[in-house]
Write a protein that binds this ligand. Structure first.
Ligand code: AMP
Length: 218
């Protein structure tokens, strides 16, 4: 049996016992993933969330995410755990009250506010990646990108443009540069790719971290 740490920030720390999972070793890297709390309309979204979770788990990594069990978020967390990775979920009490927390996380931190959640997610991660999602995903992605341009952190930020999902956004950002409300150097702060494994590899490498495939996954 392994234990999941449930940490109520500002109050006591509780430990609960969770079902058996493979023994966990120290993660080689932590990737914060932002993605939809809904599954989207095409199977490729769920397949890709699963692929990202598997990649993190198979490469000995740790997922840091919003701690939800719905949509792409839940699929991503389940796939990471199934591939032997650690999952750190950070969720505000209000969403736990709606029973949206993923109780199988290796660590589940229940915080008071969204601001605390995002700060903690940023602190625990070596790199950030946004998959397809809705306004929650956009807000998280833009915040971490903005923090990077202001020098609050120096961690790589990636956008997975799966099947052109973010083409409209990228076109708009191009016009923002044209209108001189942003410079090309700001665009250069984000890595964009349509392939999840290639983007993950790029982000982990630019964070200066090493990884290897878990032998049992080969
Ligand atoms: P959205 O893209 O609007 O579906 O929002 C998803 C993003 O916002 C995730 O990366 C989460 O951090 C946060 N979020 C939104 N809804 C939930 C939820 N039901 N449970 C946990 N986190 C959520």
């Amino acid at each position: 049996m392994t234990s999941a740490l449930i940490n109520m920030v500002g109050t006591a720390t509780h430990t609960i016992t969770m079902p058996t999972r493979p023994p966990l070793t120290a993660p080689h890297f932590s990737v914060c993933v932002y993605c939809g709390a809904r599954p989207g309309d095409e199977p490729v979204f769920a397949e890709t969330a699963r692929q990202v979770g598997e990649w993190i788990g198979r490469h000995g990594g740790q997922l840091v995410y919003g701690g939800g069990s719905n949509g792409l978020m839940g699929i991503l967390a389940d796939a990471t755990l199934a591939a032997g990775g650690r999952v750190v979920g950070i969720i505000p009490q209000a969403l736990v009250d709606k029973e949206w927390a993923h109780l199988n996380c290796s660590e589940l931190h229940v915080v008071d506010t969204m601001h605390e959640r995002k700060r903690m997610m940023a602190e625990r991660a070596d790199a950030f990646i946004a998959l397809p999602g809705g306004i929650g995903t956009f807000e998280e992605f833009f915040e971490v990108w903005t923090w990077r341009q202001l020098g609050y952190h120096n961690k790589p930020v990636g956008l997975l443009n799966l099947n052109g999902y973010y083409d409209g956004l990228l076109n708009f950002l191009g016009s923002v540069v044209q209108h001189q409300f942003m410079g090309n150097w700001q665009m250069d702060l984000i890595a964009v790719d349509s392939q999840a494994p290639a983007l993950l590899e790029k982000l982990v490498q630019s964070a200066g971290l090493h990884y290897s495939l878990r032998s049992e996954a080969l």
